[in-house]
Design a protein around this ligand. Structure first.
Ligand SMILES: Nc1ncnc2c1ncn2[C@@H]1O[C@H](COP(=O)(O)OP(=O)(O)OP(=O)(O)O)[C@@H](O)[C@H]1O
Ligand SMILES: [Mg+2]
Length: 335
């Protein structure tokens, strides 16, 4: 098994707002700290920062804005100690004009220093949506977690988020390969001139004409490892949302996200948010905390093989794809 120390940086995204990305990031951080890990939480929701509020910090003394605008030189100097031993917090920027759209240079400076933060694990709480900033943080992190709920809109958004991240990564890697970019674009066309509808088809075409690019794309897809956490689960049926997203990703993107776990719906979570008190700190240990502890153990101990291609032979020989149209899969989504 691969040691987790190689996966220090984790991003928590998911595309949709309000699905529990911040609650999960905080809960995971607390459970990891209880396992003896030194954790730093970074509120990377530029423009919509609220992780500090969930931790009971009313007025952050310093935020990412201070770093982005170079009022503070070292990211490390932004860390504030929290009420929880083992957890440091870097607060997000609230100033939309100043920090919500960092330049490329600002982003590189930030990401370089994030890697060097003094911690065993650094968790980045991402904002909603699929803006390039959010996708770049996600793609840069070796550990990728997407939070979703069983709502159809969340399923759609999380798939859109994963796809946007993957396509951005491929577009960057193959910026000088017009054939790859063209095939990729065709997957989004209603009437693709070459009948290219999925990554599987892209691979098939490339295999015939550009074996080198084919191999590089195979490797990229293999390395794009996404972990799914289904939140606000009230029944096993809700939890199936993870399997649906997994299947759609396998069918259309030729990646296989791993289902990392679930977080049960727990009224104590909302109560804790309103009290500005992290919910795992409450005396009574509800199901959501038990779920988080399980996930934290996986994150802390195991390597997380999040994605792999379907058997390569299938991609090469053009065997039928394992599942049908996207519409059919969405219809299977729990009501
Ligand atoms: N497991 C849960 N059980 C019950 N309520 C939950 C659970 N997880 C999250 N919530 C509720 O959902 C709300 C939104 O959660 P959170 O702020 O973490 O979402 P988010 O995805 O970070 O949103 P945004 O994209 O706006 O930052 C919380 O305030 C809480 O009330
Ligand atoms: Mg949030």
């Amino acid at each position: 098994m691969q040691e987790l120390s190689t996966r220090k940086l984790w991003s928590i995204g998911g595309g949709k707002g309000g699905v529990g990305k911040s609650v999960f990031t905080l809960g995971l951080g607390i459970c990891l700290a209880r396992l003896g890990k030194k954790v730093i939480l970074v509120d990377a929701d530029l423009g919509g920062a609220n992780l500090h509020t969930l931790m009971g910090v009313r007025y952050p003394p310093l935020t990412l804005e201070d770093f982005l605008l170079k009022r503070v030189g070292r990211l490390e100097d932004l860390i504030i100690e929290t009420q929880i031993a083992g957890i440091g917090l870097i607060c997000g920027a609230d100033d939309i004009l100043g920090a919500a759209n960092p330049t490329y240079a600002q982003k590189v400076r930030l990401l370089n220093q994030i890697e060097d933060l003094p911690a065993d694990l650094v968790l980045l709480d991402l904002g909603a949506g699929t803006s390039f900033n959010v996708l770049d943080f996600f793609n840069y992190s070796p550990g990728k977690i997407c939070v979703l709920t069983s709502q159809a809109t969340s399923l759609q958004n999380v798939y859109g988020f994963i796809k946007s991240g993957l396509y951005r990564q491929i577009s960057r890697e193959f910026a000088k390969h017009p054939r790859v970019l063209d095939l990729l674009q065709q997957t989004d066309l209603k009437d693709s001139p070459e009948q290219v509808r999925s990554m599987h088809d892209v691979l098939l075409k490339l295999k015939q004409t550009e074996p080198e690019s084919h191999q590089r794309l195979v490797d990229l897809l293999r390395q794009f490892k996404v972990n799914l956490v289904v939140n606000m689960v009230k029944s096993d049926r809700d939890f199936q949302a993870g399997a649906i997203v997994e299947r759609v990703c396998t069918s259309f993107l030729s990646i296989s996200p791993r289902i990392l776990g679930r977080l049960s719906f727990d009224p104590a979570v909302e109560a804790a948010v309103n009290q500005m008190m992290p919910f795992p700190l409450r005396q009574e240990k509800g199901q959501a905390v038990k779920d988080l502890e399980q996930i934290a153990e996986s994150v802390a101990r195991a390597s997380l093989p999040g994605s792999s291609l379907p058997p390569e032979e299938a991609a090469q020989t053009g065997e039928p794809r394992p599942v049908g149209t996207m519409a059919r899969l969405w219809r299977r989504a729990p009501a």
